[in-house]
Design a protein around this ligand. Structure first.
Ligand code: G3P
Length: 224
């Protein structure tokens, strides 16, 4: 499983880079907006410095095929050709994907709400598909089933596309995505905090510590 952070907050990325088996960072204009009016390339280069060989997925803003392609070109010119270009799966996005893939760009097909968008993105050769888990659930779409079905399509067509499930509001949604075959997930730092800063985990740690101290009178094994 590849775990990515869906944020461009430098402090959070620095913090979780030291904690998680982090495969990369993903962003989109709404995520960037949360940081205010950042110096776009300077900020993203700082992220690259923090994550080293981790992946960076950056979304285009252009809506027409030609605009998407121009966005993709300047993104790789500034951030390197290993950058994944996130492109929404609609008519113009698919058209741009075809061209960009033929030129060797790395592409993450995003804003996937339906099975059919997924099939098209796989056929277009997208490296990653980003189904929007929580947004699908809000629309009464079975996100887990769509991820499972897209996984089958990837196997059936022997495609190298991977599912990078996104848009999570709780840990259980992430579990469901993993269980149904997503090869990667991207989630906000809040989700990782929810998962790891549970009172029950802390209680277990405190109980073990107390029991150790009761037997040996030291705080740590290395103090014996
Ligand atoms: O990576 C896609 C994701 O950022 C969308 O998430 O929380 O806006 O549904 P959300």
């Amino acid at each position: 499983m590849e775990f990515m952070l869906d944020t461009v907050n430098l402090d959070k990325i620095r913090y979780y880079q030291n904690i998680l088996p982090l495969a990369g960072v993903t962003s989109n204009p709404s995520i960037i907006k949360k940081e205010g009016k950042i110096d776009f390339y300077v900020h993203l280069k700082k992220i690259k410095e923090i994550i080293g060989s981790g992946q960076l997925h950056v979304q285009v803003v252009g809506e027409l095929k030609e605009e998407i392609e121009k966005d993709a070109q300047v993104i790789v010119d500034n951030l390197g050709k290993e950058t994944f270009i996130k492109i929404p799966v609609n008519e113009q996005g698919l058209a741009a994907m075809k061209t960009l893939k033929s030129k060797g760009f790395k592409v993450t097909a995003t804003a996937i709400y339906t099975e059919f968008q997924g099939y098209l993105a796989i056929a277009a050769g997208a490296d990653y598909l980003a189904p929007y888990y929580n947004r699908m659930e809000n629309l009464n779409i079975d996100a887990a089933e769509i991820i499972r079905t897209l996984g089958e399509e990837i196997k059936r067509t022997n495609s190298s596309s991977k599912i990078l499930a996104a848009s999570f509001k709780n840990v259980n949604q992430v579990n469901q995505a993993c269980r149904n075959g997503a090869q990667a997930v991207t989630a906000s730092p809040d989700i990782f905090e929810q998962a790891l800063v549970m009172p029950s985990i802390q209680k277990a740690v405190t109980d073990f510590h107390d029991d150790w101290r009761a037997i040996f009178g030291t705080e740590k094994i290395y103090e014996l």
